[in-house]
Design a protein around this ligand. Structure first.
Ligand code: BG6
Length: 465
């Protein structure tokens, strides 16, 4: 495999494919959730989404025309094994073969995520990731993918964001199963991490030579005051958001201080089995995929009970609230610019994070698997002048360059997202795409100014990374 820097963009199956009842696909927890009353904030579905299921060739051509040499997408488990376990669907396998072959046809390297939030409904009903049986089912599913696509795919990602997904499922409670219970969260996350390690181990045992990693949402943690209490909050936040995932998949064991803290909190950890230790060791990743959106500013807890509210409104006056009892609370710097959804715009965060990784994990290459800006975009005469997104992306790629020059082994960068997609909970108003999708006009595609900027940037500067 040649070592070119990957310049691409990313999507995920549920967010873009549509075709929710086509090609023999089974139902996922997101199909069910989006059709339920619980989906009440922005009640739309991914039934059609961007219709990528039918228009993937047009999209991949657009990626290639934009000078991108890579495309990150996810496989819907429900297309491969519609009921989660058991019968394999040829139609589903054929679809992804066509998708991968089309990437190859246009010289676009596929980076394939095996699980990006959409779990077969049958497994979800049996406890989802809280149930160890889901790990067994996942291993069977990924082995089918390796066997069917392993000769053509050089880059795999096992799981997308074990941290953020479980935070939403069991912390904010805005993703199914819509629970607010952090003890259950840690259990589900453990099983996701175990599933990832089992996938890596299986991949290696099957003799494939590509790179397999995990995609982690990671955050440089910062404090606005330097005193003991703030430093303690920073340390705990780092365990909570970063090392619980990153150490585990890179070093092959859970950090001691994480286990100690959960034990102090009196949690039942009997789901962590002795025999798993060997699997975590054997299942360390070849690279870490990093979804880089922002930093976290934290402060000590104030003593209140846990409150976790994410801003799904698109109204910037509504702040996110995160006060996690016995861990840390989210702080706010009123001087930093924010998106309409309240996320800080702070491109230097990617540099700080990469430099931290260089110290912590010197032998593990990094691929930035997502980075992007969610905004309300406006169409003006068939054009979208998203200069704010260009500024954002330019800031990030400049800081990444600096980190590379200073010795960080970063091997790729993917903009989230290839085109506007369904945004979990935020529906179709929160747009991240390089290409605009007119959801009211047959999913018409219109490249935004940022698409043209990215195309030129890769041409002019891409080779120097
Ligand atoms: C990442 C996910 O966490 O953030 C993507 O991997 C997601 O699937 C992206 O779309 C942006 O999140 P949101 O909620 O703003 O759409």
């Amino acid at each position: 495999m040649d070592r070119k820097f990957l310049w691409g963009s990313a999507t995920a199956a549920y967010q873009c494919e549509g075709g929710w009842k086509e090609g023999g696909k089974g139902m996922s927890n997101w199909d069910t959730f989006c059709h339920s009353e619980k989906n009440n904030i922005n009640p739309v579905t991914g039934d059609v989404a961007c219709d990528h299921y039918h228009r993937y060739e047009e999209d991949i051509k657009m990626i290639a025309d934009g000078n991108q040499n890579a495309y990150r997408f996810s496989i819907a488990w429900t297309r491969i094994i519609p009921d989660g376990v058991g019968k394999i669907s040829r139609e589903g396998i054929d679809f992804y073969n066509r998708l991968i072959d089309t990437c190859k046809k246009y010289n676009v390297e596929p980076l394939v995520t095996l699980y990006h939030y959409d779990l077969p409904q049958s497994l979800f009903e049996n406890g989802g990731w809280e149930n160890r049986a889901t790990v067994d089912a996942y291993e069977e599913y990924v082995k089918v993918c390796f066997k069917e696509f392993g000769d053509k795919v050089n880059y795999w990602a096992t799981i997308n964001e074990p941290n953020y997904e479980t935070l939403c499922c069991y912390g904010f409670g805005n993703y199914p199963p819509n629970v607010k219970n952090l003890e259950r969260r840690w259990k589900a996350m453990y099983h996701l991490m175990l599933a990832s390690a089992r996938a890596v181990k299986a991949y290696k045992n099957m003799g494939y030579k590509g790179m397999i990693g995990l995609v982690s949402d990671s955050y440089p943690i910062e404090i606005l005051k330097d005193n003991e209490e703030y430093r303690k909050a920073k340390k705990l936040a780092n365990i909570f958001f970063n090392t619980s995932v990153n150490d585990t998949c890179i070093k092959g064991y859970y950090p001691d201080e994480y286990i100690e803290h959960l034990t102090e909190l009196g949690y039942d950890l009997s789901y962590m089995k002795e025999e798993d230790k060997e699997i975590f060791k054997a299942g360390t990743v070849d690279y870490l995929g990093v979804n880089a959106y922002c930093r976290f500013l934290v402060k000590p807890c104030t003593g209140r009970e846990t409150v976790m509210e994410v801003n799904n409104t698109g109204d910037s006056s509504k702040n996110e609230e995160m006060e996690i009892k016995d861990w840390c609370a989210l702080d706010d710097d009123p001087n930093t610019k924010k998106t309409p959804w309240g996320t800080e715009i702070y491109p230097k965060s990617v540099y700080d994070m990469l430099m931290e990784f260089k110290e912590l994990y010197p032998d593990t290459p990094i691929i930035i698997t997502e980075n992007g800006l969610g905004e309300y975009d406006i169409v003006e005469g068939e054009k979208i002048h998203d200069q704010y997104r260009i500024n954002f992306l330019q800031g990030y790629v400049d800081w990444i360059k600096k980190a590379i020059v200073e010795g960080c082994d970063c091997r790729g960068y993917f903009v989230w997202s290839t085109m506007d997609v369904y945004s979990w909970i935020n529906g179709y108003k929160k747009r991240y795409g390089l290409v605009y999708i007119d959801f009211d006009d047959n999913c018409k595609r219109i490249p935004k100014d940022s698409y043209h900027w990215y195309k030129e940037f890769i041409k002019e500067k891409g080779g120097s990374y």
